[in-house]
Write a protein that binds this ligand. Structure first.
Ligand code: IMP
Length: 211
C-alpha cells in the first residue's frame, strides 16, 4: 500500500455535494486541496461498468492532467428490489438537469411497480487515490438502509432525503454533515458509505509506517 507523502491533493470531482463532504473529511488533516474545477480539468466520461472502474478513471485522469495525487469518489444508491439500480447510473437518473427530485421519484415509482414491498438499499462509495505515475489505491465503503417515501430533510445531496440508514429514525437528508459522516480521525465507527471508505483510505494511506 503506497502512502501519500505529498501535501497537495486534487479532489477529482465536479459534484458539489461530494466535494463538500470530501473537504469536510480532509480538512482536519491539513492538506492543501484543489478541485478538478479549480484546475479547469475536463470531467472524464464515466464509461466503466463498476464503481471501481469509474473511480479509477476519474482519479487517474485528474492525477495525470494536474501532475498531483488525486482522490476520486464513485458512488451511488443500490436498491435491492430494483436489482441494484440505479447503481453506477445514480447521477444519470437525475437527467441533464441533475434533478434528484426526479431521480428519487423514479426510485419510488419503480419500487411501487415492482410490488414486493422490499425497500432495502445501500449506498456505495469507492474512493480511489491515484498518482501521476499511474499507481492507484482503492477503498470501498457501504451503508445499509431503506428507501422511505415521501422524501424527508433538505441537508446533504442526491438521494439523501429518501435513504434511512439501519438503526436510525432519520434520513441522511435530515442529518447534519457530521452526523452523516459519523466519523472523525481516530474513531472506530463511521456511518456514511463515503466516511467508511475514507476511514480505510485514512488508515492505510495516511497513517502508520510505509510498507
Ligand atoms: P458519480 O459518482 O459522480 O457517478 O455520482 C454519484 C451519484 O450517486 C450522485 O450524483 C448522487 O446522486 C448519488 N450519491 C452518491 N453518494 C451520495 C450520498 O452520499 N448521498 C446522496 N446521494 C449520493
Amino acid at each position: 500500500m503506497r502512502k501519500l507523502s505529498e501535501n497537495r491533493l486534487v479532489i477529482a470531482s465536479h459534484n458539489q455535494g461530494k466535494i463538500r463532504e470530501l473537504r469536510d473529511l480532509l480538512d482536519p488533516l491539513g492538506y492543501e486541496l484543489v478541485t478538478a474545477g479549480d484546475l479547469n480539468l475536463e470531467e472524464p466520461e464515466e464509461t466503466g461498468l463498476t464503481f471501481e472502474d469509474n473511480a479509477k478513471l476519474k482519479a487517474l485522469a485528474a492525477a495525470k492532467a494536474s501532475d498531483l495525487p488525486a482522490l476520486s469518489d464513485d458512488s451511488g444508491l443500490s436498491v435491492d428490489a430494483l436489482e441494484g439500480a440505479p447503481g453506477i447510473y445514480s447521477a444519470r437518473w437525475g437527467g441533464p438537469e441533475k434533478d434528484f427530485n426526479i431521480a428519487m421519484g423514479r426510485v419510488h415509482r419503480e419500487l411501487e411497480g415492482e410490488g414486493s414491498g422490499n425497500r432495502t438499499a445501500r449506498f456505495v462509495s469507492v474512493i480511489c487515490l491515484a498518482w501521476p505515475d499511474g499507481h492507484m489505491e482503492l477503498f470501498r465503503g457501504e451503508v445499509e438502509g431503506a428507501i422511505v417515501w415521501p422524501p424527508r430533510g433538505n441537508q446533504g445531496f442526491g438521494y439523501d432525503p429518501v435513504f434511512q440508514p439501519i438503526g436510525f429514525e432519520t434520513t441522511f437528508g435530515q442529518m447534519s454533515a457530521d452526523s452523516k459522516h459519523g466519523w472523525k480521525p481516530g474513531q472506530e465507527q463511521a456511518l456514511s458509505h463515503r466516511a467508511r471508505a475514507f476511514k480505510m483510505f485514512f488508515e492505510q494511506c495516511l497513517e502508520g509506517p510505509q510498507s
